[in-house]
Design a protein around this ligand. Structure first.
Ligand code: UDP
Length: 240
């Protein structure tokens, strides 16, 4: 039975990484498209004002807690989120599964040239992986359907959508009835990590839940954007 808990009215699956891996691999073998989103506190806050994003998240087949802030919030009010399941880690396990089981992937998003490099790096890192296609994320409104067609023509099983939030969630939801793949997953800047244009925090920071701190040191100009974290916790304490 699916167990979802609400953080500021945004439903998030209370699931471990192990359970999430089992679930997503069953999704790949399924018959219909499954939508996976990976919100962090910033996206939960965005959903407070953006009703479209909020509704789209509610319709997802899996929503994982990508951000230590969500786990801290859950613990503060004993809500029951078990552990952090980051989009990039879940993507890693999905890539391992796809490589081992002859499933193909499509990467949509990132600056022109970035998904190409990500595809090359993924091919060399994940044995047996089949990259059915990729496209950068800076396309015009009138080209959206051509992109959906390209994804369908590629025959890919899993679509990673890296357009940033809320664009990726809304894009997936808009084309859910046309897409023929089995999974459409919003994974934000993961394409940049796979391409090597953005470095992930070392494991030490990841284990302590301090990836945000590492990112702040590397990209201090994100400071303003990160103020959303304390804002989120205060809002959650008052209204969560
Ligand atoms: N992006 C895109 N098209 C857009 C806007 C963003 O492909 O119209 C890509 C951007 O190049 C980056 C990714 O979306 O690779 C994630 O962007 P961001 O860092 O803002 O999101 P985060 O990972 O922090 O949620």
């Amino acid at each position: 039975m699916r167990k979802q808990i609400e953080i500021l009215n945004v439903p998030i699956d209370a699931i471990t990484m192990k359970e999430a891996i089992r679930l997503v691999t069953s999704f790949v073998e399924g018959d219909t498209l499954k939508k996976i989103y990976t919100p962090n506190p910033e996206i939960v806050m965005l959903a407070q004002e953006n009703k479209e994003l909020h509704n789209v998240i509610k319709e997802a087949d899996l929503v994982v807690a990508d951000g230590i802030g969500l786990i801290i919030a859950s613990k503060l009010k004993s809500k029951g989120l078990v552990e952090r399941v980051t989009g990039i880690d879940l993507m890693h396990h999905l890539l391992l599964y796809c490589g081992a089981n002859n499933k193909s992937i499509y990467i949509l998003g990132g600056k022109p040239g970035v998904p190409d490099v990500a595809a090359t790096n993924i091919t060399s890192k994940y044995r047996g992986i089949n990259i059915a296609g990729f496209h950068h994320g800076y396309f015009k409104e009138e080209n959206h359907l051509d992109i959906v067609e390209d994804i369908n023509q590629s025959g890919s099983d899993v679509l990673f959508v890296c357009l940033g939030a809320p664009k990726q969630e809304i894009w997936i939801d808009k084309y859910k009835d046309q897409l023929k793949c089995k999974i459409a997953m919003g994974v934000g800047g993961s394409v940049d990590i796979h391409a090597g244009t953005v470095k992930r925090a070392p494991v030490f920071f990841q284990k302590l839940g301090l990836e945000w701190f590492y990112r702040l040191m590397k990209e201090p100009w994100r400071f303003k954007r990160m103020l959303i974290l304390p804002k989120f916790l205060i809002h959650f304490i008052l209204h969560g």
